[in-house]
Ligand binder design. Structure first.
Ligand code: NAD
Length: 331
């Protein structure tokens, strides 16, 4: 049995975490859980957003299932998500956006995997006030971080029989930083002649994604573009409530939904737990519990297909709990 660490998060975090653990238990996942409250509620009690015990647990177990955490805006406060990714060197953020044929979406048959560099770019969060009128932010791009994410994306293509890798950048303007990322991409591409490779400027990529998303297969890009493009790909498959992700480094792995803490619907009992559930399935795959993951995906698909019990973001009228019970019935 594998012991994993779980952070319940803020906003809708606790609701969707409890929902996912209930489903994992019914699916007989071979897991034991060390569960921690993190975020604003904890800070108000003990002046720490993530208690040391919770970090110690992750350091021991090396696998974290994490719910979204709220980041207060503009208070000199670094995002806890970014802090976790940096502290544990979770350098690859992998976000697979795959259409579910059962869902009623504008676009069908989407299957795009985004590889987002996860440790640098503007996310180093280094800003400097020059004078009353001017503030600058540092965009850091290194050879080391760029090479490893690009290589990982090519290796993923080989392992999963994907045909094409697109590098997204803005090297026409950011000639040195994004220029370096693009140059490394072109160099590494030579080692993978069997994978079709191309590059696209990020603004054009956004347009292409809504005009003809089927041209894309796997994409790799620096941190900020990865954040934006993967929200866009989540829109293509039906919204943020559906997109899972995993953040991986050499030693640690953290699985989380792409969406945030959704303060607008927190506490209403209507959040869609699917993105966190599918993230848990990615985790089960990586832990070798592939059958359990597949059973959960099948049950979820059946519920989607029947369209009787869906949360409001999927144009349904059901609560999170009703949705969860329906998945459990299918299991
Ligand atoms: P958000 O992703 O929380 O919400 C955007 C919209 O999508 C909202 O209308 C919300 O109701 C909806 N939505 C998101 N998840 C949903 C779900 N599971 N079911 C149904 N609807 C869902 O983005 P935001 O409002 O910009 O951010 C809120 C907070 O979350 C901010 O503090 C932000 O910093 C934080 N955040 C955290 C993470 C993370 O922990 N990884 C990621 C993104 C944002």
């Amino acid at each position: 049995m594998k012991t994993i660490t779980v952070f319940r998060g803020d906003g809708i975090g606790p609701e969707i975490t409890d929902a996912v653990i209930e489903i994992l238990n019914h699916a007989k996942a071979d897991l034991d859980y060390e569960i921690f409250d993190v975020g604003e509620a904890v800070f108000n009690k003990c002046q720490e957003y993530i208690p040391q015990q919770a970090l110690d647990s992750f350091q021991k177990n090396k696998v974290l299932l994490k719910s979204p955490i709220t980041t207060p805006i503009g208070k000199g406060f670094r995002s806890l998500n970014v802090t976790l990714r940096t502290k544990y060197d979770l350098w690859a953020n992998i976000r697979p956006a795959k259409s579910n044929p059962a869902l009623d979406t504008y676009f069908k048959d989407i299957d795009i995997v985004t590889f987002r560099e996860n440790t640098e770019d503007l996310y180093v969060g280094k800003e400097e006030v020059i004078d009353d009128n001017t503030i600058i932010a540092y965009k850091i791009i290194t050879k080391k971080a760029s090479s490893r994410i690009i290589k990982a994306a090519f290796e993923y293509c080989v392992k999963h029989n994907r045909k094409k890798l697109t590098c997204v950048h803005k090297a026409n303007i950011l000639k040195k930083t994004d220029g370096l990322f693009l140059e490394i991409f072109k160099d590494i591409a030579k080692e993978y002649p069997q994978i079709q490779s191309n590059s696209l400027i990020v603004d054009n990529t956004c347009m292409q994604l809504v005009m003809n998303p089927w041209q894309f297969d796997v994409m790799v890009m620096p941190n900020l573009y990865g954040d934006i493009i993967s929200d866009l790909t989540s829109g293509l498959i039906g919204g943020l409530g559906l997109l899972p992700s995993c953040n991986k480094g050499d030693e640690y792995a953290m699985y989380e939904a792409v969406h945030g803490s959704a303060p607008d619907i927190a506490g209403k009992g209507i959040a869609n737990p699917s993105a966190l559930l599918l993230s848990a399935c990615m985790m089960l795959d990586d832990l070798g519990q592939i059958n359990v993951a597949q059973n959960i995906r099948n049950a979820l698909n059946e519920v989607f297909l029947e369209k009787k019990v869906l949360t409001p973001d999927l144009k349904g009228h059901s609560t999170t709990q009703e949705f969860v019970q329906e998945i459990i019935k299918k299991l």
